[in-house]
Design a protein around this ligand. Structure first.
Ligand code: AGP
Length: 605
């Protein structure tokens, strides 16, 4: 979603801000803009479309040691030059960029217009610049502090003012914002990748925190001006990990990074063949658990669906998995021993954060699984397990999903061990299989060219189906999501047995049906569904375990997976589906890493 990058220093800040914005492109956006102060005036350039379009408007001679920039993902108003950030006040002296949504913008706009303020855009953001103008006398810091209490909703703000070229003001509520601490240069950014390679020292701003940045200092207070003691957070992400490293797209790179990612997720969590999560201090909660609610969005939700099956099977705890945006509309009959698991790659997904906060308000313990250290989810939950996948840049999540699955399996095994709910020898076997999972994934990655050739055959289709039973259905959901989000091909996932209750009507000659067949006990049932679709002219691509290949020989194509415990197959069966989606998108010429309309980090509800 929207990205913020600001820089104040002793050399030209414009290249820093442009580079920072380029590192945030992965979040998804539809316009970009920058504000600088030069010769006591604010100069703004903003353009609908890609960042490069903005760069084309910037003269090479342009120089300023203070700049704030933004990539906008439209919410209020069309994606066009006018609605792009930064926005200014009537005088053009105050400029600001904003992430989040000002919920009371309509009322504020009406009041400000009545007072004579002239609005140029349709955005909610523009009310902030006029509100700050209203309170401005001689200090931008004081004016912003006066304006903030009138804002309802979420905001991460970076503001500059023509008369005060030595400072950037920033404020945060319910939208992420970090301060990067450089050498005679400081930064404000919505996300860590923006400052990677410039500094690894950051302050992660909390809600209701306010920052005043100069080239030599970063002073953090609350909105009222009370100093806040901040700890410097050392970012350990390798800047090179956020580069493409020879791959055509981040997505392909991240698919191929999965064996390494899974090794990092497992690292330090298995001792003497046993999973150890004792440091979470959740053992009593795990032992007594009545019910677990797993809440997440999109791909992370799909990881939760697999997690539900694994936990119910191994730890014998009832689990409900919900999409976060729907969770709030349920009347959850929480019982004292219930707890919640939230899963989020970014740790900033607004719907997930809201569900988490709601549970906490009711006194429910929350365990978070996230990839981003210091993210909102990590800070708000009672305890956090990091997936350690490294930066995931492509909008389509791949290695994050796989590492989320890995954590779910580790948790299921750990809880099963504590609760003595599963044969200890079999548990050891599962841990052993997890340990060697990287090698199994590598074997599947060797099928790359084969999967590419399958994708080439079907690249013109308009509609596809993904089928499976049990865990295979959980992975079918993820396979269909991958295909639709990056190739824009209609893709539906169905529980194989459900097809004949309606969607079978959509199966016609030549429609590709991808079937997952990894659950030894369910092969016959799934194969009868395969026969049903084949009888209607579908072409069937099976992703099946090697030992089941004869049983699946009626399928038109087979992608084979190594033999393994059926409970763990999602860790490998998803990989061919990721590659299939990737190549379908490449063949259709879509913007693979930044698909239309989508954002990496969905920070609005
Ligand atoms: C995945 O490919 C999607 N881009 C999307 O569904 C994503 O998983 C979802 O928005 C949740 O994001 P999170 O894990 O950062 O919370």
């Amino acid at each position: 979603m929207c990205g913020i990058m600001g820089c104040i220093g002793s050399v030209n800040s414009i290249p820093q801000v442009i580079e920072g914005l380029s590192k945030l492109e992965y979040r998804g956006y539809d316009s970009a803009g920058i504000a600088i102060i030069k010769d006591d005036s604010v100069i703004i350039n903003k353009k609908e479309g890609r960042l490069q379009k903005l760069c084309d408007t910037l003269s090479e001679e342009l120089y300023a040691n203070i700049a704030i920039g933004h990539t906008r993902w439209a919410t209020h108003g069309l994606p066009n030059d006018c609605n792009a950030h930064p926005h200014t006040d009537c005088s053009g002296k105050i400029a600001l960029v904003h992430n989040g949504i000002i919920e009371n913008h309509a009322a504020l706009r009406k009041g400000l217009q009545a007072e004579g303020h002239i609005f140029l855009s349709e955005t909610d953001t523009e009310v902030i610049s006029h509100l700050v103008e209203k309170y401005y006398t001689d200090s931008i810091e004081a004016a912003v502090r006066k304006a903030l209490p009138f804002l309802e909703g979420s905001f991460a703000l970076a503001i500059l003012c023509a008369g005060e070229p030595d400072k950037i003001i920033a404020a945060k509520k319910d939208s992420p914002l970090i301060v990067g601490l450089g050498e005679r240069e400081n930064y404000i950014a919505s996300d860590i990748p923006a400052i990677l390679g410039r500094t690894n020292k950051v302050y992660i701003l909390e809600d209701n925190e306010f920052a005043v940045l100069s080239k030599d200092s970063a002073v953090i207070t609350d909105f009222g001006g009370k100093p806040v003691e901040k700890e410097i957070f050392n970012v350990t992400w390798d800047p090179v990990a956020a580069e493409k490293g020879g791959f055509d797209h981040f997505m392909l790179k991240e698919i191929f990074e999965q064996p390494e990612a899974i090794r990092k997720t497992l690292s330090g969590r298995i001792n003497n063949g046993k999973v150890d999560f004792s440091e979470l201090g959740f053992d009593e909660i795990f032992k007594k658990a009545g019910k677990i609610y797993i809440v997440a969005c999109g791909t992370a939700y799909h990881a939760g669906v697999v997690g539900r099956v694994a936990i119910e099977k191994l730890a014998e705890i009832p689990v409900e998995t919900d999409v976060a945006s729907e969770f709030r509309y349920r009347k959850i009959l929480w019982r004292p021993d219930d707890f919640m698991i939230v899963i989020s790659q970014s740790g900033e997904t607004a719907d997930t954060v809201s569900a988490l906060k709601e549970a906490k308000q009711r006194g429910i313990k929350v365990l978070a699984i996230t990839n981003v250290v210091g993210s909102t989810v990590a800070r708000e939950a009672d305890k956090v397990i990091y997936t350690n996948a490294g930066p995931e840049i492509a909008v389509a999540s791949t290695k994050a999903y796989l590492t989320q699955l890995t954590v779910m399996y580790l948790l299921a095994v750990y809880m099963a061990d504590l609760r003595r709910s599963y044969d200890p020898l079999k548990l050891k076997g599962i841990v052993g299989d997890l340990f060697y999972m990287d090698a199994s994934i590598e074997m599947v990655l060797k099928e790359n060219e084969h999967i590419k050739s399958v994708a080439r055959k079907y690249k013109e289709v308009e509609s596809t189906f993904f089928l499976g039973r049990g865990l295979d259905f959980a992975v079918a959901l993820e396979g269909a999501l991958k295909l639709k989000e990056i190739s824009y091909i209609h893709a539906e996932a169905y529980a194989a047995g459900e097809l004949k209750h309606g969607p079978l009507a959509l199966i016609t000659k030549g429609v590709p049906v991808l079937v997952l067949i990894t659950q030894d006990k369910l092969v016959d049932k799934t194969m009868s569904n395969v026969k049903e679709v084949k009888a209607r002219g579908a072409v069937v691509v099976a992703v099946c375990k090697e030992n089941l290949k004869d049983a699946c020989n009626e399928c038109d194509e087979q992608v084979l997976l190594p033999r393994m415990n059926p409970v763990l197959t999602p860790l490998v069966s998803v990989v061919p589906l990721q590659l299939f989606a990737y190549y379908m998108a490449v063949f259709r010429g879509t913007d693979v890493d930044k698909p239309r309309n989508l954002a990496k980090s969905v920070t609005v509800e």
